[in-house]
Design a binder for this molecule. Sequence first.
Ligand code: ATP
Length: 207
Amino acid sequence: MRLGVFGGTFDPVHTGHVAVAEGVRRQMGLDAVRLLPCNRPPHKARPDLTPGPDRLAMIALATQQTPALIPSSYELTRPAPSYTIDTLRALETSDRSLRLFFIMGMDSFGEIHLWKEHQALLSGFHLVVVNRPGCAPPDASRLPAGARVVEGAADRDTGGGRVHMLTVEPQQASSTEIRRRAREGADLAGMVPPPVASYIHRCALYQ
Ligand code: ATP
């Protein structure tokens, strides 16, 4: 089984996340994509982080029309912070038939050299990096040693060790912008799926 793993803060999940997950699933021929909210982001200072159960509930609402996108509480039930390499190793150990594809935006990939055991991540797994408006791909000379970059789904059936560069319809949405708009009482239409907008409103999140 080819399984996409899409990690993030998802505070809140937005239309960009859903479009990225679906676009990657289709282009890479994945059977499913799991969306894993982290317990506490290792690289972002967020004292105002929304509780995990609320972030997970919003992911469930955002993916109710897309059955191949599956919310996962995995990292929320583990001690914080969550490190991607630990999560992928645990998933792999739990089911040896899984081939894992870790999905990230270009902004996250630009910081991959800061991630725990990033060399092991790059050599042992498939990473799928998608375009994000305002984020240029890193210069080849600045890529971490060991990053073997390929276009799209090329080499997807190897054991790992590839960085797949994928182009999806550009997605402007960002969680920071959504939190700012929610705080100001502005309309969130188009930035989050309607049931997520209702949830934010009902629970008075980001006030
Ligand atoms: P924040 O604004 O709080 O930093 P965010 O919008 O970047 O949040 P995250 O939950 O941090 O959302 O993102 C999870 C993953 O999704 C990251 O790998 C990020 O690069 C990617 N991502 C988020 N938004 C987009 C987007 N609009 N286009 C492409 N990738 C995205």
